[in-house]
Write a protein that binds this ligand. Structure first.
Ligand SMILES: Cc1cc2nc3c(=O)[nH]c(=O)nc-3n(C[C@H](O)[C@H](O)[C@H](O)COP(=O)(O)OP(=O)(O)OC[C@H]3O[C@@H](n4cnc5c(N)ncnc54)[C@H](O)[C@@H]3O)c2cc1C
Length: 388
C-alpha cells in the first residue's frame, strides 16, 4: 500500500489531521490498534476552545457541534463552600464550548467514512521504519496477515502509550515529566447538571469538578487516591463523597442517579521534545500530556494538528518546507503555556499535600485570582486559549 501521509492512531488528533489533509487533496491512511467501537466508547474531554471549533468547521464536521454544543461564557470556582464567578466573556470577549470528545470523534469518523478515506482499525504490532530515510514505512498485522504502507511522512497521533514516540532513539528525545500523587474518579450520569456553568471545587476533602455533556447528562469528578480502584467506588459512595465538597446551593441542586460510565484517570504533566524526527511528526498526547484540570489536552492536540496540516499542505501545494521545519518549535510554544496553566490550576485546587503551608498558599493564590482583574484576565485568557 502507498500513501502520502500515514497517520498512526484514530483519536481526535489523527482523525482531525486526516480530514484536513483529505480536504486539501492529500492522500492519507489511518492505522488504529483498537476497533472503532472501542475508540468511540472512551469518555474524556468535554471543553473545547475556539481554535478547536474553527478546525472542526474547516474539516467540514462542525454542524452537530454547533447544534448540540453548549456555549459557556464563564466558570465558577468554589473555595471551601463559597462560590466565585469568573466571566470569560467580560474579561476576554471569548467563550468555550462544552461538547464531548466522544461526539467529536463520532463526527470525525462519520466525516471520514462519507469521503471514503481509509481507516484500518484493529491493526496490531504497528511498527515504524526508516523515519530518517526518504521512504518511511509502517508495518502492522491485521486479519491474520502482515501489511506494509510506504509513505512520504508519518504522523504519530497515537497518544501517550503509542508506538511513535517509542520509535525514536532515546538519545534524540528529551522528556520532561511530573506525576501527581492523585487521580480523578469520574462518573457520567443521565441527570441534569447542578449548574449551567462548570464548578471547580477546592475543598479540604479534595478537589471536585461538576461538569456536563448536555442539559440532561452530567459529568462529575472527585480527586481520589492512585491506590483506588473502580470496584471500591460503587455509585452511592461516589455521591456521598461528592456532596460534602459542594456549596449549599449545589448540594441542594444535585440530582444523583446510576452511572453510565465510571473511570479513574491518573494526573500527569509530560512533554517530549522535539516533536519532529526526520519524517516522523508527533501530535497530541503522543508528544505531551496535561492534567485535565485546565481542559487543555484535546485543544492542544487540535492546535498541533493545525500547525502540522498547514506544514504538510505547504509542502505539497507550495513546494515549501518552512511550515514543517518550524512545526516543533511553533507547537511547543503553545504546549508549554498550556502545561504551565494546567499545572497551576492543578496545584491551586487539589489537596496535594497535608502541609498547612501549602493550603495557605492555595488560599492566597485564589484570593488574588478573585480580587485582581489582571489575575482573572490571565486565567480567562489561558482557559479560553487566546492565540499566544
Ligand atoms: C478524565 C479526562 C478528562 C479530560 N478532559 C479534557 C477537557 O475537558 N478538554 C481537553 O482539551 N482535554 C481533556 N482531556 C484530554 C484529552 O482527552 C486528550 O488530550 C485527547 O484524547 C488527545 O487526543 P489524541 O488523539 O492525541 O490521543 P488519544 O485520544 O489518546 O488517541 C490516540 C489513539 O491512538 C491509538 N493507538 C495507541 N497506540 C497505538 C499503536 N501502537 N498503534 C496504532 N494505534 C495506536 C489509540 O488506541 C487511540 O485511539 C481529558 C482527559 C481525561 C483522561
Amino acid at each position: 500500500m502507498r500513501t502520502q501521509v500515514a497517520i498512526i492512531g484514530a483519536g481526535p488528533a489523527g482523525l482531525l489531521l486526516g480530514q484536513l489533509l483529505h480536504k486539501n487533496g492529500i492522500d492519507n491512511v489511518i492505522v488504529e490498534r483498537h476497533t472503532g467501537e472501542y475508540v468511540l466508547g472512551r469518555v474524556r474531554a468535554g471543553v473545547i476552545e475556539q481554535v478547536t471549533m474553527d478546525l472542526l468547521d474547516e474539516a467540514g464536521v462542525g454542524e452537530r457541534m454547533h447544534r448540540d454544543g453548549l456555549i459557556h461564557d464563564g466558570v465558577q470556582i468554589c473555595v471551601d463552600g463559597k462560590r466565585h464567578h469568573l466571566s470569560f466573556k467580560e474579561l476576554t470577549g471569548k467563550s468555550v464550548m462544552v461538547y464531548g470528545q466522544t461526539e467529536i470523534t463520532k463526527d470525525l469518523m462519520d466525516g471520514r467514512a462519507a469521503v471514503g478515506a481509509p481507516t484500518l482499525y484493529a491493526a496490531y504490532d504497528v511498527a515504524l521504519h526508516d523515519i530518517h530515510g526518504g521512504k518511511p514505512r509502517v508495518t502492522f498485522r491485521k486479519d491474520g496477515s502482515t501489511h506494509e504502507i510506504e509513505c512520504d511522512f508519518i504522523a504519530g497521533c497515537d497518544g501517550f502509550h503509542g508506538i511513535s514516540r517509542k520509535s525514536v532513539p532515546p538519545s534524540a528525545i528529551s522528556n520532561y515529566e511530573r506525576v501527581y500523587p492523585l487521580g480523578w474518579l469520574g462518573i457520567l450520569s443521565e441527570t441534569p447538571p447542578v449548574s449551567e456553568e462548570l464548578i471547580y471545587v477546592r475543598h479540604p476533602r479534595g478537589f471536585a469538578l461538576c461538569s456536563m455533556r448536555s442539559p440532561t447528562r452530567s459529568r462529575y469528578y472527585i480527586q481520589c487516591s492512585l491506590a483506588d480502584d473502580i470496584e471500591s467506588w460503587p455509585d452511592e459512595r461516589f455521591w456521598e463523597e461528592l456532596r460534602p465538597r459542594l456549596d449549599d446551593e449545589a448540594r441542594e441542586a444535585l440530582v444523583t442517579g446510576p452511572s453510565i460510565e465510571k473511570s479513574i484517570a491518573p494526573l500527569r504533566s509530560f512533554v517530549a521534545e522535539p516533536m519532529r524526527f526526520g519524517r516522523l511528526f508527533l501530535a497530541g498526547d503522543a508528544a505531551h500530556i496535561v492534567p485535565p484540570t485546565g481542559a487543555k489536552g484535546l485543544n492542544l492536540a487540535a492546535s498541533d494538528v493545525q500547525y502540522l496540516a498547514r506544514g504538510l499542505i505547504e509542502h505539497y501545494r507550495d513546494k515549501s518546507d518552512s511550515g514543517l521545519e518550524h512545526y516543533s518549535e511553533r507547537a511547543l510554544l503553545r504546549v508549554w503555556k498550556a502545561e504551565r496553566f494546567s499545572w497551576w490550576m492543578t496545584t491551586m485546587l487539589h489537596r496535594i499535600s497535608d502541609n498547612p503551608f501549602d493550603y495557605q498558599l492555595q488560599l492566597a493564590d485564589l484570593d488574588y485570582l478573585f480580587r485582581s482583574k489582571a489575575a482573572a484576565t490571565a486565567f480567562a485568557e489561558n482557559y479560553v486559549g487566546l492565540p499566544y
